[in-house]
Design a protein around this ligand. Structure first.
Ligand SMILES: [Zn+2]
Length: 261
């Protein structure tokens, strides 16, 4: 039996019509992906929602340096369940962004943060970026000011794994994923050291994880198997039981985005 999962961090251009959407959704669900947290610009996510229905958990990517609280409120009225922050011009915990976080908390949404390393693609994009502005420690600072804000720390702070580990389990509303091109290529030794030190499962950190890939969906080339292998090997290797694994594969993202309400 395939494991049912929510992929809590993905990208992709939506299918062109409902028929094509249904074909993709059927294919992904047969692979165990029941839903995806799709992170794109608002129009792209809305189109995907239209053609793929509840397969898509909509998260809108915004530019934090020009966005306003009103704009964010409007996005929630349009149906988004979360707001994605990436490549800020100032540290995530800078007071100038606080009102944005407050409005997301008021709207009962999720703030999704890119944390850690960000590609420059041959110096074509994100040339203003300072990685320190996207360090996990900023989420700790935000949680101290807006403790009811639910956050998803994407990419586990790559490469500030230790910092991400400490921050994510120290705040009830900070969840984290191991998505992206780096975490899954690190050795199991590293992850076992974090999540099961001396062979003892460290539940407070493990139970805050969400399954996520950061790959591009609606693309025939999609290959999610390496992420399945990585998460399954990790969870097996640290001795996580079925109930805990289900939480990580599905339950945490479902609760975070309040799907059962
Ligand atoms: Zn991403």
């Amino acid at each position: 039996m395939v494991t049912k999962r929510i992929d809590a961090h993905v990208h992709g251009k939506p299918p062109t019509c409902k028929d094509e959407g249904k074909r993709f959704v059927d294919q992904y669900r047969s692979l165990g992906i029941d839903k995806i947290v799709l992170i794109e610009d608002p129009d792209v996510v809305l189109k995907a929602l239209e053609v793929c229905g509840d397969f898509v958990i909509p998260v809108f990517r915004i530019k934090a340096d020009i966005a306003t609280p009103n704009e964010i409120e409007t996005y929630f009225k349009m149906g988004c369940k979360g707001i994605k922050f990436i490549a800020p011009y100032h540290p995530y915990s800078d007071p100038r962004y606080l009102e944005l976080y407050q409005v997301i908390a008021e709207q009962d949404g999720v703030a999704v943060f890119h944390t850690g390393y960000l590609t420059h693609q041959d110096y074509q994009i994100y040339t203003h970026v300072n990685l320190f502005d996207m360090a996990p420690a900023h989420l700790d600072a935000i949680a101290r000011q807006v403790p009811n804000l639910r956050m998803l720390m994407s990419h586990y702070g790559n490469p500030w794994w230790d910092e991400a580990w400490k921050v994510s389990y120290s705040h009830p509303n900070i969840y984290a994923d191991l998505s992206g091109g780096t975490a899954y290529i690190r050795s199991m030794m590293l992850w076992k050291e974090l999540f099961a030190p001396n062979g003892n499962l460290h539940l407070p950190s493990v139970e805050k994880l969400c399954f996520a890939s950061d790959i591009v969906y609606f693309d025939p080339e999609l290959n999610i198997q390496p992420y399945y292998d990585f998460y399954d090997t990790l969870l097996g290797g640290i001795g996580a039981g079925k109930e805990l694994a289900d939480k990580i594969n599905y339950g945490n993202a479902s609760r975070l985005f309040k799907l059962e309400d």
